[in-house]
Design a protein around this ligand. Sequence first.
Ligand code: IPE
Ligand code: IPE
Ligand code: MG
Length: 262
Amino acid sequence: MALDELLAWLPPGSPEEALARQVNFEQLPAHIAIIMDGNGRWASRRHLPRVEGHRAGINAVRDVVETSARLGVEVLTLFAFSTENWKRPEAEVSMLMALLKRYLRIELGTLLQNNIRFRVIGRVQDLAPDIQQELADAEARTAANTGLLFNIALNYSGRTEITDAVRRMIESGVSPREVTEQRVSDFLYTAGQPDPDLLIRTSGEMRVSNFLLWQIAYAEIWVTDTFWPDFRARHLLDGILEFQKRDRRYGGLKPSRVATLR
Ligand code: IPE
Ligand code: IPE
Ligand code: MG
């Protein structure tokens, strides 16, 4: 079913179609998390200001969100703005916020059409009131959707998330005996969601930059040199196919290896 939905959307005879046919839909990552990186470098290669890279990055977001929804992925989390990104020039930060607002206005229809539920993770309370309003509106209008859960990480930091979770646990009177891994997970922004199976980072950087530190404990990591504004359905499919070749052991042994040891 998911293959049909995807094929109906991909250009017939395209490289995307060939990739989609190789995907094993029984083994899809339930949660894909993406560190969208390389907008600035994409722009400077073209002798454009950095903000043009951010603007172009919106096309990648649109493509990846819709492809994930059609694939039948449960959760997609995109890292859009880190707590550390406030260190950037004010003009760049306000342009990023303005682009976010525009994205939400333009794309809300697509989210609704594709049964996508939109959620924000991060310290939303520190964003400008108009942005908060826009985000809350998009969350409310898509709250009843039952398809892809699309998390956008905004003013997000993994360490802050864990610190906030610890504080809230103490405030809610959780006793030391009740502190388990499950209980900690329940206090994170992603409570109730599966952990990412696949973590993608674009632009070739080999670091996690404070993203979902707790949740990526056993994620498979795939780094592509492609800059975010160039990232499309075919790159996502490449990442999924690579993920499906991995041997996830979670510290144990492959079942075939266990058999030979018996
Ligand atoms: C990612 O692209 C977007 C954000 C972090 C908001 P960058 O702006 O980090 O682009 P590079 O890494 O400088 O190329
Ligand atoms: C990570 O990218 C944050 C986002 C994608 C929002 P950065 O470009 O901010 O990360 P560093 O500075 O290269 O680690
Ligand atoms: Mg960067």
